[in-house]
Design a protein around this ligand. Sequence first.
Ligand SMILES: [Mn+2]
Length: 348
Amino acid sequence: MALDFIDIDGIRRLDALLERCTTLTVTTHTHPDGDALGSASAFVCYLRECRKKDAVGVLCDSPAATVRPIIPDGLPFLFHDTDPQACLDRIAASDLVILLDGNGFSRTEGLQSAFEASPAPKVLIDHHLNPERERFEVVFSTPDISSASELLYYVLLELPDIGGDARRLPAPAARALLTGMTTDTNNFANSVYPSTFRMASDLLAAGVDRDAVLADLYNRYRENRVRVMGYLQYEGMHITPEGLAYMVATRDILDRFEVEDGETEGLVNVPLSIERVKMSILLKQDRDHFRVSIRSKKGWSAQQCATRWFHGGGHENASGGKLFWPDDIAGPAEAAAYLEKVSKECLR
Ligand SMILES: [Mn+2]
């Protein structure tokens, strides 16, 4: 039986679109994380293997090496940073576009205008707040779920060819879904619902090897990741009197430890283990801005902090954004003073 967040009329309309369309493009948000890649891979895999469609993943940037292996070998994906013309041609040729794990095409950066210009019908499957509903023919959007991967899992179960039986999912799709959900819940630590355990249980029963999923996700990092995380916790973590823990990964530190994209993933969660910390913010220096990750304990809103102070958003207790210079702060050296101000305002 369908869960109450699954709109059966939406399933019917999705199924009709999938039946009618031939050239499908699946996309997700910029700097794709495990949930973005897991859900996008699973859907491309399902469309190709179960529906025999020409389905391709088209992403605005290449995944970090830490999460790249989530895309199963041989599944066709294009990346705008390395193959811009192929991405634009593919979008122009598509008669259906599906966005996963992002609330609108503004989350696809360099591909935003191409997606918005495309006359093809669009489908949204996402778990962030404030979906851009008016751009999509079919919308599955619920924030009360662990991940886009979980939402996609329950959508797929309702489609006639899967018919509620997880064993009918192609094995690489089943594994990608479990992987995506595992990363977005931080291995069942947050945003876990009864439906999340049910999904995990179904997928394990269907043959997904969870030990292998965990080993691939968490036991294959480079040594420097552990060293830079130790360094930032020891030398770089500040805790304000209000209970904001913040760390600033400057260009200097990132270069010194030769940190690659994705290698500080998870670090922002660590300070929440301290009793007096209510919220944790990690700043990572980019060209003219810091990338901002925010996590909060129950009762404190990472989402409001991201929206009000960092041009961002996301989920109640896990959000992200950006901090620009010279618009928000005079330069990178002013970041700490800005965070002290944020602390006083957000954690009053
Ligand atoms: Mn997600």
